[in-house]
Design a protein around this ligand. Sequence first.
Ligand SMILES: [Zn+2]
Ligand SMILES: [Zn+2]
Length: 344
Amino acid sequence: MKDTMKAVVKTETAPGASLEEVPVPSPSPTQALIEVERTSICGSDYHIYAWNKWAQEKDIELPHIMGHELAGRVIETGELVTRISEGDFVSAETHINCGECYQCRTGQRHICQDMEILGVHTDGVFSEYTAIEADMLEINPPGLSPELASLQEPLGNAIDTINAGEPAGNNVLITGAGPVGLMGILVARALGAATITVTEPHDYRRNLAGELGASWAIEPENLEEHLNQNLRAEGFDLAAEMSGNKDALRQGLEYLTPGGKMAILGAFDGEVSLDINQQVFKNLRVEGITGREMYRTWYTARRLLREQIIDLKQLVTHKFPLEEFERGMELMESGDCGKIVLLT
Ligand SMILES: [Zn+2]
Ligand SMILES: [Zn+2]
């Protein structure tokens, strides 16, 4: 095996990242060394690349290898690893929990008080090889392509957001058709939503939402008219906020039906002012979503893909070799993309 590998490294507290030749990591006794086959760009990778406010506030240690979504082959395991073997086709959970806090000890590892994130606080997976704690690895169905297997991590976000309410037979609103919002359409459909309305200002993504099976994909300013025309002003039973846009959140709360549920995955730039009385007197339930349930949601994601109940193929709009990661980041900036996969 080689001693060095290509990796996308974040070196400075400024926009950008660089392709470097770095040593291949050696796995600790509890880690597995993985040959990365596919990795995909997440919104958080773009934030770190662009070094925006979100990234600046994250306490990120530099330099580090970027990226956290992957599919690859295990080529070596540490001496204490038993569940994972050489040759396994794997993907990884990206939240590294402490194992000791109240949440970790009460079955809520995904909201650990001392959480670290792969590719944010540790070396990530935008590289030819990566060493990851074996406990965080999930074995993929053999028939699943590496590029779709790499998408299970954000798919888990979409599953937990839609599952926070009761999509079956109900009117679902998804605000924001970025990659996770788009996955939300597929998940809501799979879980039996009667109607799925998507609001998205960006043309490319709104069109993609329509192609992926949204009942209606509309511009945010047309939401009230749509509700009156097509949903007999019933309102939405579940609103999934996927955009991090303050107006989208306010709109979701306004058009939720009394007793409805708001699930918020989007992260916001600063504080948001809301009319709390609206929530009180409409008896709304509001829940924040972060990460994925470890590891229940991985089982759900895997089953939905393995049984072909959802197909993520249409969501992958661009593929680039790792060396051309900057093209992917530029596309993320423009919004003219679904999910972008990097070939290592
Ligand atoms: Zn991700
Ligand atoms: Zn913990």
